[in-house]
Design a protein around this ligand. Structure first.
Ligand code: MG
Ligand code: MG
Length: 256
C-alpha cells in the first residue's frame, strides 16, 4: 500500500532529509586520499546522533554500519572498512537517519583526487539522470515516466542501468511502496499522486548492467568490474512543482 503523506508529515520528512544532507556535507569536508571509510562512518554516526537522529541503516536487516560506502565497481551496500581511499577512486556514500519517527535517505558519489575523465563523465550523467527523474515526479505522470527519463539519459551516453536495485517510498519506514525503478516505459506503472514521497536513486554502470553480491552478504558490485555511480534524493509530490526534500547543496558548497 502506498501511504500518502500529510503536509505535516512532509515537513518531518524534510527535517530528516535535511539532516542526512548536512551529514553528507560534513563528510565532503573530510573525503580525501588516505581517509578510511570507517572514519567517515564514525563521523556520520556522531553527527546524526548529535542532531537528535538515529542512524537509519545501522542494524537494518543486520547492516553493520551507519553509511553504505561503495567504491569504484561497488554499486551499493558497501561496508565501511579500514582501507584508505586512494587518488582516482570514486565512492558512493549513502546515509540514512530516523529523526522524530521519519526517515531521511540520500546518496552522493564523490571523486577522490582526480579520477579518470570517463569515470567523472559517468558520475555527471548519473546525477543528471536523477534530476531528469525528479522532473517527472509530478501528479498525473506515472513511475514509468520517471524510470524512462533516467534510463534514456544513461543509455544515450552508452551506460547501463542496474535493474535489481530501485528507489522506494519513504516515510515512517525506510523502504515503503512504491518501488521506483530507474528504467521503464513512458505512461506505464503506478500513477503519481500528490502526497507521495519517494527516493529516486539511479545506479548507473559504465559497462554492462549486471551485478553480483559479495560473500559478505551486502556489497553489490558490477559483474564486469567497471565502475558504477549512484545519487539519491527524496522528493515529495505536490499539486505543482516537485518538492525535493534532500539537497546536495551542502556537499557542493564544499566541493566547488
Ligand atoms: Mg540511500
Ligand atoms: Mg534509498
Amino acid at each position: 500500500m502506498i501511504l500518502l503523506k500529510t503536509a505535516e508529515e512532509v515537513e518531518k520528512l524534510r527535517a530528516s532529509n535535511l539532516l542526512v544532507s548536512k551529514t553528507l556535507g560534513e563528510l565532503a569536508k573530510r573525503i580525501a586520499p588516505g581517509i578510511t571509510t570507517e572514519s567517515l562512518d564514525k563521523l556520520a554516526e556522531e553527527y546524526l546522533r548529535d542532531h537528535g537522529g538515529v542512524p537509519g541503516f545501522l542494524g537494518y536487516n543486520g547492516f553493520p554500519a551507519t553509511l553504505c560506502t561503495s567504491l569504484n565497481d561497488e554499486v551499493v551496500h558497501g561496508i565501511p572498512s579500514d582501507n584508505e581511499l586512494k587518488d582516482g577512486d570514486i565512492i558512493s556514500i549513502d546515509c540514512g537517519v530516523k529523526l522524530n519517527g521519519y526517515f531521511g535517505d540520500s546518496a552522493y558519489t564523490f571523486a577522490i583526487g582526480e579520477p579518470d575523465p570517463d569515470w567523472k563523465a559517468l558520475m555527471e550523467n548519473t546525477k543528471q539522470s536523477l534530476f531528469l527523474g525528479i522532473e517527472k515526479s509530478r501528479k498525473g505522470f506515472r513511475l514509468g515516466d520517471v524510470g524512462h527519463a533516467i534510463q534514456s539519459h544513461a543509455e544515450k551516453a552508452g551506460y547501463s542501468v542496474v535493474r535489481e536495485m530501485v528507489g522506494h517510498g519513504l516515510g515512517q519506514n525506510l523502504h515503503e511502496e512504491p518501488e521506483v525503478a530507474n528504467f521503464g516505459r513512458r505512461g506505464s506503472g503506478v500513477k503519481i499522486k500528490a502526497g507521495m514521497v519517494f527516493c529516486i536513486e539511479p545506479m548507473i554502470n559504465k559497462g554492462s548492467r549486471y551485478i553480483q553480491q559479495d560473500k559478505d552478504g551486502w556489497t553489490i558490485r558490477t559483474k564486469d568490474g567497471e565502475p558504477s555511480a549512484h545519487y539519491e534524493l527524496a522528493v515529495a509530490v505536490t499539486n505543482g512543482e516537485p518538492d525535493i526534500l534532500s539537497t546536495f547543496k551542502y556537499i557542493e558548497e564544499v566541493l566547488n
